[in-house]
Design a protein around this ligand. Structure first.
Ligand code: G1P
Length: 289
């Protein structure tokens, strides 16, 4: 039985240049999806999967995120004085247990692998999850829970995967696998952002991972890969052959909220999934046919 997955890392140091000017003064992770910031969905997904420690790899200008997960004392007092019980629940119910959320700064934008490496002392050598708030998965079972359950069966490392059109392989980590069509694909190789003509498959990694702590040994070398960045994919590739490594075709629909159209589609899908908003959303959409 592999060790349980208790900790999750959230890489949230990115500048969010694709959303300028919206992200000039607020972190991109604080962009709203329906009525909650993106980062809250990622946090709640981890909490629902039983994660106990939440590690944010953050950077300059990201304080709004820390405030969001802290007690807003004045707002709480005002809502209490006005008897606004429902609103109180909205600012209190999701708050993490004191001490369970931690922040570490990535002082230079050297790549996703470097961001994850910044969390090494908080993880140690146990298996851990990674959740990128840019990727949202609308699903019955939280996507990271699906990975944790698969990891309990296979041990080693499990990443969430989905098929992409071949012309898009240069945006993702891509699997080399003998059984791409299966729910759990054995990973024989990983390539970061290959040209479509060189891609070993069209099965791509999305922003959900469960990894063995050994990956830090490879990240510590700070080797640069695609785009001159320290790539998580390259460090993961070094584990193949030493440990089980699988790609899980997760159940659910993924939205790339790192792009404007993906974020817009997610707003529509999440509104339609909300009983209190579904009908009004459908009516609004009908006006734009
Ligand atoms: C990162 C990873 C890539 C992965 C992607 C998923 O890329 O490097 O392997 O497929 O996340 O969202 P980024 O989106 O940071 O360029």
């Amino acid at each position: 039985m592999p060790a349980p997955v208790r900790k999750a890392v959230f890489p949230v140091a990115g500048l969010g240049t694709r959303f300028l000017p919206a992200t000039k003064a607020i972190p991109k992770e604080m962009l709203t999806l329906v009525d909650k910031p993106l980062i809250q969905y990622a946090f709640e997904e981890a909490a629902a999967a039983g994660i106990e420690e939440f590690i944010f790899v953050t950077g300059r200008g990201k304080q709004a995120m820390e405030d969001h997960f802290d007690l807003a004392f004045e707002l709480k007092a005002t809502l209490e004085a006005r008897g606004k019980t429902a609103e109180l629940g909205q600012i209190l119910d999701f708050l993490p247990d004191p001490g369970s959320i931690k922040y570490v700064r990535q002082t230079a934008a050297l790549g996703l692998g470097h961001a994850i490496w910044c969390a090494r002392d908080m993880i140690g050598d146990e298996p851990f999850a990674i959740i990128s708030p840019d990727d949202l998965v609308l699903s019955e079972t939280p996507c990271i829970k699906q990975l944790i359950d698969a990891h309990a069966e296979t041990g080693g490392n499990v990443v969430a995967v989905e098929d992409v059109p071949r012309e898009q392989t240069n945006r993702y980590g891509i699997l080399d696998t003998p059984n791409a069509a299966d729910r759990l694909a054995r990973i024989d190789g990983l390539v970061e952002k290959p040209d479509p003509k060189d891609a070993p498959s069209t099965l791509s990694i999305i922003g959900r991972y469960v990894l063995d702590g050994e990956v830090f040994e490879h990240l510590a070398r700070h080797e640069k890969g695609a785009g001159g960045e320290i790539q998580l994919t390259d460090a993961m590739a070094k584990l193949i052959g030493h440990q089980p490594f699988h790609g899980l075709r997760f159940e659910g629909e993924r939205f790339d909220c790192g792009t404007k159209t993906g974020w817009l589609a997610a707003n529509i899908a999440y509104s339609l999934a909300r009983p209190d908003l579904a009908e009004a959303t459908r009516e609004t959409l009908a006006r734009f046919r």
